[in-house]
Design a protein around this ligand. Structure first.
Ligand SMILES: O=P(O)(O)OC[C@H]1O[C@H](OP(=O)(O)OP(=O)(O)O)[C@H](O)[C@@H]1O
Ligand SMILES: NC(=O)CC[C@H](N)C(=O)O
Ligand code: SF4
Length: 465
């Protein structure tokens, strides 16, 4: 499947400060666990207390780093990043962490999210060429250190973050301290974890804390900066708390189901969404099947509530990941056969409830429906675990222009006919929000309602910073 044919996730960030362990090895584990959030490039910046080294490349974490490469990154503090580009190109120049030196302060930065005022901010540096919005943030930090002459990364972060509009969960470090920060609406997650060695960890999702042996201390709150140094964790605010707007699609699609987010299990939220969908849109059928993988929890919920058995119609290759680049249509069809294998016995002559977490462009489903029809499905009833996705995301999930979103231009009946299914129902927004039930409350729903919590200036519609 072409990379551009599917939604891109949201980037993964990780940071660790542990006096007793190799930070680059711990960061490797964290990034491996966050691989699903970004598969274009990955990188690690490490400090031994006196200098910072950065190593990053295009590709998957396990393909970039090996023990030899991690040994070359000695130190007890590190940050790491897995990237899907939302601004700039998917190229080495945009890979993160980004790093800068200014007035004797050297620092590295990893960013999950997307700014909506990048173009305006970039005009302050007319001679610079930026690889991404994250690159603009790093330049602003360096500029603050230089022009104000305070020589202090914490002061620069505190001064610069209020100027950013949009979504940002950040990990930043200089030679001696690790900093985490989250935008005032908390669009993207960021967790603080504690190691029993006395170390601290920052990560986009809780499974990345568990993999390094850390326990969840708490979420970084929206508008908060935490500074982790020799004396522990220090917290202060750079902005008042705004209404919380955690991304609904973190629950629907982006995050791992084995994580806890806003006080709720992602798997449990997806199951509740499946139960709600079965209540909203029952159908007489023989088998409930997911389009793997993100819809598995929801399909289990639908099956449990409806009393229709759960089964597998398509097996997803464990080696395919979420992204597969194929240059031509012929390659794409091969790619689909590589991605999904049909279990014909479960499909032929059966009336299937096919559960999908989301239809963005519907390119995944458009191809899988052919596979299911070819395998002899008697009826296909498509149930989607989220409402129609009608508006582009500007806060860190790259879903493309409005014209590419199937629900932006077609009625539900037109989509049903276009996708060649016997019935189609999307989960109501109220039911989805109730199923997620985040604590504290407050979700972004802009891609489903057009109600953008942070206004989108026109230049933000462009991918170029
Ligand atoms: O409508 P589209 O533009 O095709 O996008 C939506 C599809 O993309 C994702 O699948 P993906 O294979 O990326 O991930 P998953 O295995 O986690 O479901 C998602 O689960 C949907 O299946
Ligand atoms: N998906 C993301 O969070 C991307 C981060 C940042 N906007 C970039 O393009 O690199
Ligand atoms: S617009 Fe949609 S995908 Fe983007 S942050 Fe909001 S809920 Fe998430």
């Amino acid at each position: 499947m072409a990379a551009s044919d599917r939604p891109k996730e949201a980037c993964g960030v990780f940071g660790v400060r542990d006096p007793q362990q190799s930070a680059s090895h711990l960061t490797y584990l964290g990034l491996f666990t966050l691989q699903h959030r970004g598969q274009e490039s990955a990188g690690i910046a490490v400090s031994d207390g006196t200098k910072i080294l950065v190593d990053k490349d295009m590709g998957l974490v396990a393909n970039i780093f090996n023990d030899h490469r991690l040994q070359a990154l000695p130190g007890t503090m590190a940050i790491g990043h897995t990237r899907y580009a939302t601004t700039g190109a998917s190229a080495w120049d945009g890979a993160q962490p980004v790093s800068r030196g200014a007035d004797g302060v050297y620092f590295a930065l990893g960013h999950n999210g997307n700014l909506v005022n990048t173009a305006t901010l970039a005009t302050r540096f007319p001679t610079e060429v930026f690889g991404s919005d994250s690159d603009v943030i790093a330049t602003m930090l360096a500029d603050d250190i230089t022009t104000r002459g305070h020589g202090n990364l914490t002061d620069a972060v505190t001064a610069v973050l209020p100027q950013l509009q949009g979504a940002f969960s950040l990990v930043v470090m200089d030679e001696t301290k690790l900093i985490g920060a989250r935008d005032p609406h908390g669009f993207r997650p960021l967790f603080l974890g504690r190691l029993d060695t006395g170390g601290w960890v920052l990560a986009s999702e809780t499974p990345a804390l568990f993999v390094v042996g850390a326990t969840v201390e708490r979420e970084i709150t929206p508008g908060e900066i935490v500074v982790i140094d020799d004396n522990g964790v220090h917290s202060h605010r750079f902005a008042e708390v705004q209404p919380r707007r955690l991304c609904t699609f973190e629950f629907v699609y982006v995050s791992r189901p084995d994580g806890i987010l806003a006080g709720t299990s992602v798997d449990a939220a997806r199951r509740r969404a499946g139960i709600a969908l079965a209540q909203q849109a029952p159908v007489d059928a023989d088998l409930v099947v997911p389009i793997p993988e993100s819809s598995i929890s929801g399909a289990l919920g639908y099956a449990a509530e409806s009393g229709i058995p759960y089964g597998q119609a398509l097996i997803k290759s464990p080696y395919i990941g979420r992204s597969f680049i194929a240059p031509t249509q012929a390659h794409r069809d091969t790619a689909l056969r590589l991605k999904f294998g049909p279990i014909v016995e479960n499909i032929a002559g059966r009336r299937l409830v096919v559960v999908e977490d989301s239809l963005i462009r519907a390119s995944t489903f458009r191809r899988t429906v052919r596979m299911l029809r070819d395998a002899g499905a008697a009826e296909l009833h498509l149930r989607v675990l989220s409402p129609p996705y009608r508006w582009p995301c500007y806060y860190g999930m790259d879903t493309g222009d409005r014209s590419t979103l199937i629900a932006a231009t077609k009625t539900i009946e037109q989509i049903r006919a276009d996708l060649d299914v016997d019935s189609l129902v999307y989960l109501d927004l109220e039911r989805l929000v109730e199923a997620i039930n985040p604590q504290p409350a407050g979700l972004c729903t802009a891609c489903m309602t057009g109600d953008y919590p942070v206004p989108i200036p026109r230049p933000a519609a462009s991918r170029q910073p």
